[in-house]
Design a protein around this ligand. Structure first.
Ligand code: NDP
Length: 599
């Protein structure tokens, strides 16, 4: 390989070695087990701080055509597509007090979606709505979720503050029996599981986590009663408080600036720095909005998805940090065209180094103290961890009342009754905010919070014990009439609502066909499931086989750096989301419902 280029301003070998050292010091034997499950004595961390009162109602025992588990974007999009396919008889079961899912729970100050709102907010054309800004704040997204609920007349079909506890297939009536924590036993012809990928908060299993006597909460259950203020900031009750935040992922990047402004003192406990790229938010130009023609949102979503999938487009409609890396790759490609010594993989690596150098230089641009700036620089490949975008996070570290406590990759050592210990030093605080994310690598049914008991008493937790087994990521043999909205064995794209919509369209197509033709049961055949598992495994080790490879610093993209024997089988379709969406369309257009058995 020839990396010799007069333009290279970095030493690839030195960077490779630095990345390796940073990864190695973070590798740990306990992998995912390092986190404490939020149950039992920790259960209060899950309480809903956003409801005014608990709904008191009688158990429901009726029958519907479709039960949707989850009233987040997945459930809402599935409901919209089912309604469009003429299916009226729905019931949505949602643990929150309203629709919104992720955006119901995540109301921390500064919560905002870092995927462009014109691509991210679902069903904009259907609702005739153009978001107010390029990057929408959580309140607008929550309002939009509620608007979808009203537009598709879903409120009467919703059971809020209700959690599914079991799905049981009753072959004698060919119906699912959906049980909930409210004593409901609802019969459903079909069930769609839109549980959401990141909804079960996790705590770090730090020694002493039970001992802290001060106040504490998880970012997805923000305690505004304690902090004062609201999602737009003004956390006026923190003026006399010493606050610790643990974690520096995408959530912390957004709320730290607000905490820094409000707290008497803020300690940011960092294990691994995030990449913090330019945000550059801007209000929507009403003149531009007037020019949008029918089909504009789909066109924009597809343009964005193509660019972040590495497929050059004539025009970059979104033109932001997400598409920038790919822009750099194309630039590199042009520079190196004719240089037959550099493979595509090497070129990508060089482009990645270049982007990360830019990210690291950005830290120096904003952070005055050189030692602090050095600690805030991420040394790993772009996309080893989820990229973040923010213009206020880095300057927050110039404030006198903000201290970065870098743990050199080791995490907080211990929590005491009064504070947190790192490198033998105790930092006394009044409040600990856990910005430590959500369960990812645990089993699907654990994250869902219930098991699915299919034909002949077969449990989904058993069927998927050694990795997901489905056709197209959406249905499994032995589990008739149930659909999964998930990335495992399906599509993956950073713009999650895009894949939810494709999945919603696909399942609505199958359900509508079954209902139209009077079939009671539709099930994936054993052969089709086997074939799809083989297809997924066929991509194992390929360049699109997943994010965060083994050479990456640990995180939830790579099962905390601990190889998971099931990971390859549970990976998204390795041919990429664009090909996957085409495959689904071709499958629908073929009209023979290959791989499904109806009766
Ligand atoms: P993450 O899982 O991304 O981050 C958790 C953080 O906690 C990491 O910085 C992790 O460090 C740190 N941590 C864990 N254990 C310890 C410990 N013992 N000591 C110190 N630090 C510790 O959670 P987030 O809530 O930030 O984000 C979750 C996901 O939500 C994102 O990845 C993204 O997909 C989504 N999100 C999306 C947004 C959007 O705009 N679309 C905005 C916010 C979130 P380490 O990195 O070393 O593991």
């Amino acid at each position: 390989m020839s990396e010799a280029s007069e333009d290279l301003v970095f030493d690839p070998n030195a960077l490779r070695e630095r990345y390796r050292v940073e990864r190695d010091k973070r590798l740990r034997d306990d992998g995912n087990e390092q986190y404490a499950e939020i149950t039992g004595e920790f259960a209060h961390y899950l309480e809903d701080p956003y409801v005014d009162e608990l709904i008191d109602r009688e158990p429901v025992t009726d029958e519907v055509d479709v039960v949707l588990v989850g009233g987040g974007f997945g459930g809402l999009q599935a409901a919209a597509r089912l309604r469009a396919a003429g299916i009226k008889d729905l019931r949505i079961i949602e643990k929150g007090g309203d629709f919104g899912g992720t955006w119901y729970w995540n109301r921390y100050p500064g919560a905002q979606c870092d995927i462009e709102a014109y691509c991210y907010l679902p069903l904009l054309e259907e609702l005739d709505y153009v978001p107010k800004e390029k990057y929408a704040y959580a309140r607008e997204i929550l309002d939009h979720s509620e608007a979808i609920g009203r537009h598709f007349d879903l409120y009467d079909s919703a059971l809020f503050q209700t959690e599914v506890t079991e799905l049981l297939w009753d072959q004698s009536v060919q119906r699912w029996i959906v049980s909930t924590n409210r004593g409901d036993k609802i019969k459903a012809r079909f069930v769609s599981m839109a549980n959401g990928p990141l909804h079960r908060p996790k705590l770090p299993g730090i020694e002493g986590v039970r001992d802290f006597k001060g106040h504490s909460f998880h970012t997805s259950r923000w305690d505004y009663e304690y902090t004062g203020g609201g999602p737009a900031g003004d956390l006026d009750k923190l003026g006399e408080k010493r606050v610790a935040i643990i974690g520096t992922g995408a959530t912390a990047i957004q709320c730290v600036p607000f905490l820094g402004t409000a707290a008497k003192h803020l300690y940011v406990f960092q294990r691994t720095p995030s990449t913090v790229d330019v945000r550059g938010n801007s209000p929507t130009d009403p003149e531009w909005a007037k020019t949008l023609e029918a089909g504009w949102q789909r066109h924009r979503m597809e343009n964005f998805n193509a660019l972040i999938s590495g497929i050059p487009q004539e025009k970059d409609l979104v033109d932001d940090g997400w598409t920038d890396l790919i822009g750099k790759m194309i630039h590199q490609f042009r520079k190196t065209q004719g240089n037959s010594n550099m493979t595509l993989e090497q070129m990508i690596e060089m482009a990645n180094f270049e982007k990360m150098e830019e990210i690291r230089a950005r830290v120096d641009d904003f952070v005055e103290d050189e030692a602090v700036a050095e600690k805030l620089k991420p040394y790993y490949k772009m996309f080893c961890k989820r990229p973040t975008f923010n213009d206020q996070y880095l300057p927050t570290f110039n404030r006198d009342n903000v201290t970065l406590v870098d743990t050199d990759g080791q995490g907080v050592e211990r929590i005491t009754e009064t504070g947190l210990v790192v490198d033998g030093v105790e930092y006394e605080v009044d409040c600990i905010i856990y910005s430590t994310g959500f369960e990812v690598g645990t089993s699907y049914t654990r994250r869902a919070g219930y098991d699915v008991i299919g034909r002949d008493g077969k449990k989904l937790s058993d069927h998927w014990r050694n990795g997901t087994r489905t056709l197209h990521g959406m249905g499994s043999h032995g589990f008739p009439n149930v659909f999964v909205m998930n990335t495992s064995q399906g599509a993956f794209t950073a713009n999650f609502p895009h894949l939810l919509d494709e999945s919603a369209v696909h399942q609505a197509h199958i359900i509508a066909h079954a209902l139209d033709k009077g079939f009671n049961q539709v099930e994936v055949t054993e052969g089709a499931e086997d074939e799809w598992v083989k297809t997924i495994l066929g991509f194992a080790g390929g360049p699109l086989g997943g994010l965060g490879g083994a050479d990456c610093t640990p995180g939830y993209y790579n099962n905390e750096g601990k190889p998971n024997p099931n990971a390859m089988q549970s990976a998204p379709y390795g041919g990429g989301s664009i090909r996957f969406f085409e495959l689904m369309k071709e499958w629908r257009e073929a009209g023979n419902f290959e791989g499904l058995e109806f009766n």
